[in-house]
Design a protein. Structure first.
Length: 101
């Protein structure tokens, strides 16, 4: 699991409307539409009721999956290995080798 962030600038020219937009985007039905269109999940677990049933077991926000999810460790991914590659590079190489089999 990796994190996505969005922010509203303090003192921005349209802060109130930006807050309304975030509230709108996090409505369950709207969040489900966003997930279907982009593949990205929002934090609203109520969107599950608006998603195709076959999607639910594949999503990190499915209550059956929450204990299986591991948060991304960006510091570990960026760390250099003894061979000079990052852990992310090493994982990418392993993934590509596995897929090529």
């Amino acid at each position: 699991m990796s994190y996505s962030y969005a922010a509203i600038l303090k003192g921005g020219p349209n802060t109130g409307n930006a807050q309304k937009l975030f509230a709108f985007l996090n409505r369950a039905q709207i969040a489900a539409g966003f997930t279907q269109a982009t593949g990205y999940l929002g934090p609203n677990t109520h969107q599950l009721q608006y998603l195709p049933p076959e999607w639910i077991p594949l999503l990190t926000i499915d209550p059956k999956n929450t204990l299986k999810v591991l948060p991304e460790d960006s510091a570990w991914l960026a760390a250099k290995r003894l061979d000079g590659k990052t852990n992310a590079d090493h994982l990418q190489e392993r993934w590509l080798a596995w897929r090529a089999q």
